[in-house]
Ligand binder design. Structure first.
Ligand SMILES: Nc1ncnc2c1ncn2[C@@H]1O[C@H](COP(=O)(O)OP(=O)(O)O)[C@@H](O)[C@H]1O
Ligand SMILES: O=C(O)C1=C[C@@H](OP(=O)(O)O)[C@@H](O)[C@H](O)C1
Ligand SMILES: [Mg+2]
Length: 170
């Protein structure tokens, strides 16, 4: 339980909250997407275009299987819960926080972002369907669900830190 994983749909705030939470809790921060970009030397869109989504999903699992650091915060990619093996690794090696943001807010944040290949190739309806399809996996993988609606990044970060300290008995 030494790691803190942030899970949730694209645009829910995993990377933004993860960075802030690492500062607040004085823990190292890793963004899974950025680690994959660093390891491959390719952007996420390039990996999708050159190797396909399934190859990218394998890189996510490899990251979780090979990652050795403890006492850190890891912001995952929004699709990491698609594989049960990934769910199991996260639940067994850390505290999993699900950032549960409303779809209309998610769409406002991501619909123009060129760095999310799944958004670029999909309609709003398809992305909303993906959000619905993945919701149960997020809930089942998480130890704690944090609803982000009507909360600022600062409030979400402080609440996440409170929950982490509460569960760690500090
Ligand atoms: N609670 C929030 N309030 C306002 N903006 C937010 C909030 N959470 C995330 N954002 C913004 O939304 C965008 C997507 O956030 P990001 O952390 O990249 O999401 P994820 O890593 O979950 O895909 C970023 O520009 C981020 O600053
Ligand atoms: O939801 C997904 O399948 C994905 C989410 C992305 O990360 P963010 O959730 O940080 O956007 C990134 O891993 C990739 O584009 C696939
Ligand atoms: Mg992110």
């Amino acid at each position: 339980m030494n790691r803190i994983y942030l899970i949730g749909f694209m645009g829910c705030g995993k990377s933004a909250v993860g960075r802030r939470l690492s500062f607040l809790l004085k823990l190292p921060f890793y963004d899974m997407d950025k680690e994959i970009v660093r390891q491959t030397g390719k952007t996420i869109p390039e990996i999708f275009e050159q190797h396909g989504e399934e190859y990218f999903r394998g890189l996510e699992t490899q990251f979780l299987q090979n990652f050795k650091n403890d006492h850190c915060i890891i912001s995952t990619g929004g699709g990491v819960t698609m594989r049960k093996a990934n769910q199991k690794i996260m639940r067994n090696t850390g505290l999993v926080l699900f950032l549960d943001a409303p779809f209309r807010e998610i769409w406002r944040r991501i619909h123009r972002d060129p760095n999310r290949p799944i958004v670029r190739r999909s309609t709003r309806e398809e992305i909303e369907g993906l959000h619905k399809d993945r919701y149960r996996d997020y809930k089942q993988t998480a130890h704690i669900t944090i609803r982000t609606e009507f909360r600022t990044l600062r409030q979400i970060t402080q609440y996440a830190a409170f929950q982490v300290n509460r569960l760690k008995g500090e």
